[in-house]
Design a protein around this ligand. Sequence first.
Ligand code: FES
Length: 77
Amino acid sequence: MVHACDCPHLLGPLDEAVVEEGRIRCPWHGYEFELRNGARVDGRGLRLGSAPQLLVDPLFNRVRLRENTFRFKYLEV
Ligand code: FES
């Protein structure tokens, strides 16, 4: 399973998080999420975001990295 690298709480760096027994723990405030489904371990509302998507734009000869529905980056190719 692949998820976003930003914590859904306050965008903590999940790429720096500890992964143990199928769970990932955010280093900022300690929220834990199940890797198999993205749900928060304590059952509260937040979920891990979807994985980033790479979108190729042949018209402008560039690749767009969409990290979630609100943010994206352009990459030089
Ligand atoms: S930013 Fe991840 S738990 Fe708060």
